[in-house]
Ligand binder design. Sequence first.
Ligand SMILES: C[S@@+](CC[C@H](N)C(=O)[O-])C[C@H]1O[C@@H](n2cnc3c(N)ncnc32)[C@H](O)[C@@H]1O
Length: 168
Amino acid sequence: MLELAVGSGEMMAKIAARNPTGFNVGMDLSPQMALATERRLRKEHLEAFCAIGASDCRNIPFKNCCFETVFSCLVLELLSHDEIMRTLHEARRVLKPGGVFILIVLGTDRGYFNSYYRVASSLAPSLLGRQLGQAELGLLGAAGFRIEKSASVVQRWYPTRVVVSRMT
Ligand SMILES: C[S@@+](CC[C@H](N)C(=O)[O-])C[C@H]1O[C@@H](n2cnc3c(N)ncnc32)[C@H](O)[C@@H]1O
């Protein structure tokens, strides 16, 4: 599987623990983040293969049809509409036929969180980005994915939407 923007590897660690015999690859735009996360995962998940590189999810450095699953958590919020479309096309390109794309975005169904986020993201727009709506989730269909499951999940204290889609 491939995770598009691993950050500190919180999600990647869970994935590696559940996929110890698989090939777990991650990427992050920040080389420092990629290096630190790879070191951490290799130390904590000796049993799993984990490789993290510094790369841009808008231009994924893998050949076509390499992965069974592509995973993206809280990064599309940082991209423009066109960049999201480009990233989704890239995710589809590197998936094997019938592959699964798992997307986690910030949820929009909690009023208290929306108010808080509006203020916080106006103070640090490049750090926090923006909440995505139906228009952006609709891009999944345009990029060649069919949504199979969509669920609202509170993670720690913040709401998220988990969307599981498959290549059409
Ligand atoms: C909010 S963090 C999410 C990290 C991780 N997915 C998680 O949920 O714990 C966003 C991460 O996306 C990375 N990032 C931002 N733009 C990116 C891009 N174009 N390509 C790859 N990574 C990117 C940032 O460096 C940062 O580590």
